[in-house]
Write a protein that binds this ligand. Structure first.
Ligand SMILES: [Zn+2]
Length: 148
């Protein structure tokens, strides 16, 4: 996953940005040792205030991850690409999603409409549990090594 800036569309490799973050924020390395088993970390306020984010090297703007944030719209071209992929596939495997958000749920609806085989692996209930024949309630990290 690259990081992208919306204004100038420059993209950077994720690992390149990670190195930049380390270089610009050596004081944050101590935070790595404070990560709890559940992945949470309590960061002192003075450490947060001293954080320096890298800017776009092309335009100097703010970088943001190339992901869709909750409440944002999935770009039309990406929606169409997913629709085409579903139509060209014979099955759909949903991993680690509750399918609560309609943009993901509609992928399952399309696959159902096109009579694709559908399986879901998710640790909790999903919006499509009653619509599919195969639902495995488990951690993806436990299941994937067994089927790959
Ligand atoms: Zn830029």
């Amino acid at each position: 996953m690259g990081y992208i800036l919306r204004q100038c569309h420059a993209e950077y490799d994720r690992l390149y940005i990670q190195d930049k973050l380390r270089e610009m924020n050596p004081h944050m390395l101590e935070v790595v040792n404070m990560i709890r088993p559940d992945g949470d970390v309590e960061i002192p306020q003075e450490t947060v205030e001293g954080f320096q984010p890298p800017n776009c090297e092309t335009c100097g703007g703010v970088l943001k991850p190339d992901i869709i944030f909750f409440g944002d719209n999935v770009p039309r071209a990406r929606v169409e690409a997913v629709k085409d992929s579903i139509s060209q596939s014979n099955s759909l495997l949903v991993l680690g999603s509750s399918l609560t958000v309609f943009s993901s749920y509609r992928i399952v609806l399309q696959a159902l409409e096109e009579n694709k085989n559908i399986a879901i692996v998710n640790i909790g209930p999903t919006r499509a549990d009653k619509l599919v024949k195969i639902k495995i309630s488990a951690r993806c990290g436990d299941i994937l090594p067994k089927i790959c």
